[in-house]
Design a protein around this ligand. Structure first.
Ligand SMILES: NC(=O)c1ccc[n+]([C@@H]2O[C@H](COP(=O)([O-])OP(=O)(O)OC[C@H]3O[C@@H](n4cnc5c(N)ncnc54)[C@H](O)[C@@H]3O)[C@@H](O)[C@H]2O)c1
Length: 298
């Protein structure tokens, strides 16, 4: 099966706008659905600005931008937004109850043959599929942030995902000029099963006074050729997101090695969530390009 027609994206936040950008840039008609009109408006503005950045770098043209924006319909009514979909990519807030509710609705509202994909970072694809009448057509399509830049799509086979559906999503990812990587559905899949314990260990190293924020990040950047240190990356992802993924790993495997570091737990409770709140391990001031360690860790 080859996807040629409508793509519906549920959720127009950080990931949803990036996913819409990439599909629309590759000629697909996209319905971008969100419960919040403000988020839809913001998403279209963000997509337009991100195209301007690509144009300045020479990786997209004005014509591509116009065509892509014309391919996107922003819509707040899910029923209208998914009625002609061949593929739905859900990128709503990372919350199990919400995702189960959305997949129940999608199963009722999207055409019977449509593939239902989730961009979840950690929630079980098998659990999500189980609330639908088509578990064989439910799959994980995990894009990385920022979507227009990052090459990987981690494709997650749920327990019942059919080979035809996996092959279709692999081919589609290649059409989007991404590199697909197929994995099975266990807590954290591959990306976060490996990344999150590393981030947690970096936070433990800080918590136990082994080294400071800059030293930990510098060792990993210069010593391991990571483009960004683990503490800066945690700020970028969001400390609340890191915390909830570690909890999924901890609950899913029942192994204490995945327990979130108490310092991470405290920072989340204090609302120091990283870039999105202006402070995490570093302090983020509007307009400043310098990376300054938060006062707390100096
Ligand atoms: N942020 C990342 O770096 C990242 C990376 C990979 C995967 N993910 C995953 O992508 C998904 C989205 O994350 P995000 O960072 O874009 O979140 P976000 O908070 O930026 O956006 C979520 C959007 O979902 C919308 N929403 C909530 N309920 C909805 C509903 N019932 N119907 C339609 N829209 C609804 C919200 O209004 C919001 O606009 C999550 O599952 C997350 O784990 C995030």
């Amino acid at each position: 099966m080859k996807i040629t027609g409508g793509i519906s994206i549920i959720g127009a936040g950080t990931m949803g706008n990036g996913i819409a950008h990439v599909f629309a840039q590759h000629g697909f008609k996209v319905s971008l659905v969100d419960v919040s009109q403000a988020q839809l408006d913001k998403a279209i503005t963000t997509i337009s600005k991100n195209f301007d950045r690509q144009i300045a770098k020479g990786t997209a043209s004005d014509l591509e931008k116009r065509n892509a924006l014309a391919n996107i319909t922003a819509i707040s009514d899910m029923e209208k937004g998914v009625k002609d979909a061949e593929l739905v990519v859900e990128a709503a807030t990372e919350n199990v109850e919400l995702k189960l509710k959305i997949f129940g609705q999608l199963d009722r509202l999207a055409p019977t043959g449509a593939i239902l994909a989730t961009n979840t970072s950690s929630i079980s694809v098998t659990k999500i599929a189980a609330v639908t009448t088509r578990p064989g057509r439910v799959i994980g399509m995990h894009f990385m942030n920022p979507v227009p830049v990052m090459k990987l799509v981690e494709i997650i086979n749920g327990y019942e995902t059919t080979k035809e559906v996996t092959d279709t999503i692999v081919e589609l990812s290649t059409q989007l000029e991404k590199i697909p990587c197929v994995v099975n559905d266990y807590p954290g899949f591959i990306a976060n099963r490996i990344l999150m314990p590393m981030i947690n260990e970096a936070i433990y190293s800080l918590y136990e006074g082994v080294a400071g924020v800059s030293e930990i990040d510098t060792v990993m950047k210069l010593g391991m050729a990571h483009p960004m240190g683990p503490l800066q990356l945690a700020d970028f992802i969001g400390l609340d997101v890191c915390h909830s993924i570690l909890n999924v790993l901890h609950d899913g495997f029942g192994n204490p090695k995945y327990a979130p570091c108490p310092l991470l737990v405290n920072m989340v409770m204090a609302g120091k969530l990283g870039v999105k709140t202006g402070e995490g391990f570093y302090k983020y001031e509007a307009g400043s390009k310098d990376l300054a360690v938060s006062e707390r860790f100096r």
